[in-house]
Write a protein that binds this ligand. Structure first.
Ligand SMILES: [Zn+2]
Length: 404
């Protein structure tokens, strides 16, 4: 009964969603790293919109940042109290990435262009689809005066595109917003049919190996110590760890841990010199059933073996390391979301893992069971970025279903 009313409200106010997309897109929210002035103007616009739709419990948690004119990066929480204090959090981000090469855009990136069901413009999908769908859902409850079972918490964060230091990381360090049994959805990724629910990321470990041997003439390897040759051996040894870390998990593609040599620095400029110095990098993507420390210790063994075999000295530098636990497949957020997706979109939820690198890892590391979900095309960061109005409205209904 309540859901039908809410669903009807959302459908009959579709023009409101397009209008909000238009306003948000026109208010560029770029990080200072992208020569922007942050998210404050966009946040204030959104606050006004929410207030005008009877969502009045708004609290800001601003992170100080001298690089923007107002000195603050805004993080906004909008609350609609439910019968239970247990909350559904929908976390989306206010910042966008720059338009990129303007010549690739068919319409001006910061003026929303509507083509049938398609809404085109920078940021309309990443992440305004989430901003607008969650705002529409909250507006439906507030305007109709329906109290949800669960408390609705919309979280709009700053600084997602550049590193989240002034966004979710700041919130996790300075506030205690979340409870362990809250449901957390991040509508910032997903499949075109709305099935994919991302619950896990592979751990990421990026390493650089600097190997020192002894330079010599190309004809006298006996007088030198070939650092490049040693690194070739080391690269194969590290790649061979794919046969050591053999666990498989079908939610990931590929379903195993990978150890891939990637970047290779230039060494000597000519063919007839034995290089005494050589640098290459490895990108490791590890299933969450392992720890990065287990990986580090196996890599150290490869390094030792190479040093002994080739008489070189190797230093290892970690360029990046991210480790986060998976949200369990049977976490309540997964089943509640699956039911809602099934009833709104008629598809069965599919649990997936990805190669690594979303904000969900910060929440998972803090002990919260977050999932990444939306029905979208993943046109983020591309020219002619778009989203479908029908997906904004559909996602709003999915979120509504979750709190009823
Ligand atoms: Zn995003």
């Amino acid at each position: 009964m309540c859901f039908d009313k809410i669903s009807e409200w959302i459908d009959s106010h579709s023009a409101l969603a397009v209008d909000l997309e238009r306003k948000l897109t026109a208010t560029k929210a770029l990080a200072p790293e992208s020569d922007g002035d942050g998210e404050m103007e966009k946040c204030l616009l959104l606050e006004d919109w929410l207030r005008s739709h009877k969502i009045t419990d708004l609290v800001r948690f601003d992170a100080p940042d001298d690089r923007v004119s107002c000195g603050k990066r805004p993080n906004l929480v909008a609350t609609i109290k439910g019968k239970s204090s247990k909350a559904l959090w929908i976390m989306s981000h206010l910042d966008i990435v720059p338009e990129g090469d303007l010549s690739l855009w068919k319409t001006p990136p910061f003026e929303v262009h509507v083509e049938g069901d398609k809404i085109i413009g920078r940021g309309v999908e990443d992440n305004q689809q989430g901003v607008v769908s969650s705002s529409m859902m909250a507006a439906a409850f507030a305007e109709l005066g329906i109290q949800p079972e669960l408390t609705i918490k919309l979280l709009f964060v700053a600084d997602e595109e550049v590193g989240s230091i002034y966004g979710i990381q700041y919130l996790l360090e300075t506030q205690t917003l979340f409870s362990k049994d809250d449901l957390i959805v991040i509508p910032d990724g997903g499949a075109e049919n709305g099935a994919d629910i991302e619950v896990a990321e592979k751990h990421m470990l990026w390493l650089e190996f600097r190997t020192v041997g002894k330079q010599a003439h190309g004809s006298r390897p006996d007088e030198g110590c070939n650092a490049h040759l040693a690194n070739c051996f080391l690269a194969l040894e590290i790649n061979g760890l794919e046969q050591v870390f053999t666990q498989r998990n079908p939610i990931f593609a590929p379903d195993y841990s990978t150890f891939q040599p990637t970047k290779k620095n230039a060494n000597v400029p000519n063919i007839n010199t034995i290089p005494g110095d050589d640098v290459f990098c490895v990108d490791c993507r590890i299933l969450p059933c392992y720890t990065l420390d287990e990986v580090r210790s196996e890599i150290q063994k490869c390094v030792k073996k190479t040093e002994e075999k080739y008489g070189v000295a190797i230093t290892v530098e970690e360029k990046q390391s991210v480790q986060s636990p998976a949200t369990p497949n049977d976490a309540p957020v997964v089943s509640v979301l699956c039911d809602a997706i099934k009833s709104v979109y008629g598809v069965d939820g599919k649990i997936i893992g990805i190669g690594g690198g979303t904000v969900a890892s910060y929440l998972r590391n803090a002990g919260f069971h977050a999932v990444v979900w939306s029905r979208m095309f993943e046109t983020a960061h591309q020219p002619n970025e778009y989203c479908l109005l029908s997906n904004i409205l559909g996602d709003a209904k999915v979120f509504s279903k979750m709190v009823l």
